[in-house]
Design a protein around this ligand. Sequence first.
Ligand code: PEP
Ligand code: MG
Length: 754
Amino acid sequence: MDSEQLLYEVNDLNHLFRESASVETLLNKAVEMVADRTHSAVCSVYLYDPAERMLTLRATRGLNPESVGKVRLRLGQGLTGLALQEMKTVCEKDASRNPNYKFFPGLFEERFDAFLALPIARGISKMGVLVLQRSTGESFTDADIKALETVASQLAHIIENAQFLMGMHEPRSEHPEVQTTAPAQLKFVRGRVASEGFAYAPAMVIDKQKSLSFLLHREFEGRYSIEQFREAVTRTTDQLEELQERVENKLSDAASLIFAAHLMILKDKAFLDKIVRRIETGVNPPVAVAEVSGEFIQTFLASDNAYMREKVNDIEDLAIRLVNNLISAGEDTQVYRGHVVVTRDLFPSDLLKLSSEEASAVVLVGGGVTSHIAILARSLAMPMVIADSFDLLGLPDGTPILVDAQIGNVFVDPDDNVLEKFHSQQKVRLSLEEQKKLIQPQTRTSDGVPVQLLANINLLTDAVLAAELQCNGVGLYRTEFPFIVRTTFPSEAEQFVIYSRLVQSMPGKPVTFRTLDAGGDKILSYYHDVQEQNPAMGMRSIRFSLQNRPIFREQVRAILRAGADADLRIMFPMISSIDEFCQAREVVLESIDGLSRQGIAHNGKPKLGMMVELPSVVELIEDFAAEAEFFSIGTNDFIQFMLGVDRTNDSVADFYLPHHPSVLRALSRIVRAANGSKREVSVCGDMAHEPQYVPFLLGIGVRTLSVDPAYLLRTQQTIAGMSIRQAEAMAQAMLAQSRTREIETILGEPGTMV
Ligand code: PEP
Ligand code: MG
């Protein structure tokens, strides 16, 4: 059994969705598929109820079907309960001989003595157990176990969605009042750039309150039949399956099952029955869809759970698609294609959906943007502006909008002058082909000093671009993206597949993995239920990893395995003390040891470094240099914490000053200490790609910069346009000042730079 092959096949849950009319059928199909693919006589799924601490058999292939729903085990009871209690795989050649074995009369499992129970878990929360059984003598091999551990983690996706749907049928409480927003006379809004680019396209406003109201109050001219409703369901399913396939081809690392909830709802018998019943009482089908969807939306809007709230967008999106398919049969119902989407809420999965549907740009209204949304938008090449004007949400759909996400302007129904300027700016932008022709394999200053130009990678698509633009390696791979956009923690095997692809895209070049930087504003909706008062300073980043060792270990193992033959570097985010660095390093060393003992190919000597993002590192930098093999300065967070300014809060953006004298002097001190100890130091925060700060960084001794692929050429050209002597003079002049205004004067003097 080839474990990677199995992973891909299981990942493609479209196979399972097809023809599944209910959650039960879906689980049944899952056990059928796993039993077939793994040549097992029996495959069963037990689901866990944490309130009762009980496991119940929910689906089986091979055991007595009548026992479904009846066979129940306490946590820790039998081999199955034990696997979940201890969160470890239990493998037995001869299960009935194990003292923990629990015999159930009428289950007919006595013939299948080779036994494998794998916990199904979402991170650290227990969800259920996947049990496989074969005839005595056909026991499970190590390769089987590895592949099936992946399957168990994939099943967590399905089960998560199944539970979500079951939750949807709980009785609802009250219906909050629906607000509608009045359209306003708007011409121009000044916003903030989140992801550069331009777009000129009709607006499409997505506002939960507004579209819910729109759905509920919309008048439908035509009368539709129940058959037309059923056809619309089929058409919507086909479209969503196609979208899912497309997005998985394009963004295999990040986009796993982003349309899963949509498809699950479409297969959900209770949802469809509710609509059908209303239609049968004489309600027009689009109205019935709107009403039932509205009820579901209200239930979930009221939830405290971030994961549930994220699903609200999915239900709303699905309802719009379903209604559109009903009333405009046969027409193109790619709702967002070629539109500027104006919205106040945006989850990473929404952004992936918008990108897969080829929306032209996004305007995010009213702040609330997390930095990873902006970073993801850049990786998806989706122009995005953050604007404060709520009036934008009142724009009628179809209003022409020009988004200049180069400087953050939004023009509503722009006149010819503005459009002309926009078109001429468009012409100046270089295509990828043009960039490829201009970029050089080695970056040098005008006096020939070499500078390493590395790439920041968020999604695997970035790596393709970075490789084409001949970057010198990967300076920062933000491993959190596959975690952020999924509905559960990716397994070691899943991570291994993603990481291997990254490594393979950079043959012979250094690849720097940053371990999971979750928390803060990088929310894992399936984990971060508890609202922290101060998430940026809460249970995040390396603290999170050290507190959740099994998750940390899985990630480190996946990195070590993927980087077996690579110039592998691993760095830890948000390190605040030497002790923390040593603890994190210990986890890597233990993982290396574990992999060696298991005889699994891996990299036994990765370089181990750290991000410099916290002011507490500065005073200890010489001591850190004795431990860490390299440093990477994350200026985005470093500035935030040095100055106490939230990097995601628009209203304090003016206080977020990379050129604050304390920031500059601290950076200079870090680089001096690193160079003095012969430790490589790079800068991977946004300062590294901002042309006005590049001379300062080179002037204080930085010789390695890591930037988004889109900035590789521009940064190379900035570096080539100055000598080290000039850069040093500029840096010295800046360091001598204690007033921001003086530093701004130096930055603003064009003659100083070149
Ligand atoms: C930084 O803080 O500068 C950095 C590169 O990390 P991130 O932007 O992912 O927080
Ligand atoms: Mg950071």
